[in-house]
Write a new protein. Structure first.
Length: 402
């Protein structure tokens, strides 16, 4: 182990534990957003998923401020501030449900989403200071913390369901506020590498327009964008589809729990697989798994179809998103890190917000099947581009060897 990788491993552990808390916060809203919407809106259920969408819009809005702020005040201070925002968001959502106010509830989920933009920076922070060999594993180790999130979030929903009966779901958001404060304590143990300790980024690098014109950067963003976007599209509508098919709230929460576990459990090995086979290959496998998720959802509406589709969706997201992230870290220069990461997350979560906003409307106007046909079409595009890129790249390498 190289000396600087010792700090990288320590930080990866701290960030993985913080990821468990931050990921739990989002899975609470993913599990409950549509259900709380139906509870608060009644007949206006076509807006039921709006709160999930405002959470994702909050993430998109927070990406650039989070990256730029940490470029000034440093990673640790920025991460702790983000966790405090999550706690405030939980309290606002709790108060909104108790007051029967859907608009205020959306404000609370927006704050939670804004805080999640800081959580998204964990994976980039884990890569900083790590060797080229350890960097993909550092990213995947941090995302492996989401495995705990996949258990903590849905189980929190189930455990707090009747805490404030007859008002449903409010207890989960009070728990969110507490979990976020736990994350603040965990993040106090993070120590930035020397190069990033001052919180300032190196000057120089290519102009933003030139960075975004780089084919390697474009492909990395495309893979991450589609992987996260289609995952959001299906995941947002799945609890509503399950309820429409006669399954209950616990069935929906259990399905989301296994989905989130599938999103993060492979992270223990994804980094090693990337080191061995390359980020492009792993990303392509992720896209194929996403196609399989859509195909399974179209095959039937039994409970097993929902569960298998959600598990495949999580696995595909893991390989696709981590693969895309690794591709981006390979394409950017050190002095371009903050700007490139901010642009990447803004574009990715802009797409996620769009798919989430359209998911509820598409489900209520067209049904479950069209959502999955859209998924198949969106995934096919980057998969073809990635296949061509990999084939051409292999051909060039072969020519050089010849």
């Amino acid at each position: 182990m190289q000396p600087h990788d010792r700090l990288a491993r320590r930080n990866a552990l701290v960030l993985a534990l913080a990821q468990a808390m931050g990921g739990a916060l989002t899975s609470i809203t993913i599990s409950l957003g549509g259900l709380v919407g139906v509870s608060l809106l009644g007949s206006s259920s076509y807006l039921a998923t709006l709160a999930v969408s405002t959470m994702i819009v909050g993430t998109a809005c927070g990406t650039i401020p989070a990256a730029m702020l940490m470029g000034r005040i440093g990673r640790r201070a920025g991460f702790m501030l983000g966790a405090l925002i999550a706690s405030i968001g939980g309290l606002v959502a709790f108060g909104a449900i108790m007051a029967d106010s859907f608009p205020l509830y959306c404000v609370g989920t927006f704050c939670g989403g804004f805080s999640f933009a800081f959580v998204q920076q964990y994976r980039f922070a884990a890569a900083e200071g790590a060797s080229d060999t350890f960097r993909p594993r550092a990213i995947s180790y941090v995302l492996a913390g989401g495995l705990l999130a996949g258990i903590i979030g849905p189980q929190t929903v189930i455990a707090t369901r009747d805490m404030f009966a007859p008002t449903a779901f409010a207890g989960a958001y009070l728990a969110q506020a507490v979990l976020a404060l736990v994350a603040v304590a965990i993040l106090s143990f993070y120590r930035a590498p020397d190069a990033a300790a001052s919180g300032t980024a190196k000057a120089g690098g290519r102009p933003m327009r030139q960075i975004l014109a780089d084919p390697k950067v474009q492909l990395a963003i495309m893979v991450a964008l589609v992987s996260y976007g289609v995952m959001s599209l299906m995941m947002t509508a799945a609890p509503l589809a399950m309820l429409a098919c006669g399954f209950d709230t616990d069935d929906a929460a259990f399905g989301i729990q296994w989905h989130v576990i599938a999103m993060f459990a492979p992270s223990f090995i994804t980094g090693s697989l990337i080191s061995r086979f390359g980020a492009e290959v792993i990303a392509a496998i992720g896209l194929v798994l996403l196609l399989a998720a859509g195909g399974t959802a179209l095959a039937g509406i039994e409970l097993g179809h929902f569960y298998v589709a959600l598990i495949l969706l999580g696995l595909g997201w893991n390989f696709g998103f981590i693969g895309g992230t690794a591709m981006l870290t390979q394409a950017q220069r050190p002095e371009e890190r903050a700007r490139t990461q901010a642009a990447n997350d803004f574009i990715v979560f802009g797409m996620v917000a769009l798919t989430s906003l359209s998911s509820g409307a598409l489900f209520h106007t067209a049904g479950w099947a069209p959502i999955n046909w859209v998924l198949l079409g969106l995934v096919a595009c980057p998969l073809v581009v990635l296949g061509i890129w990999t084939f051409v790249g292999q051909g060039r390498r072969t020519d050089k060897l010849a």
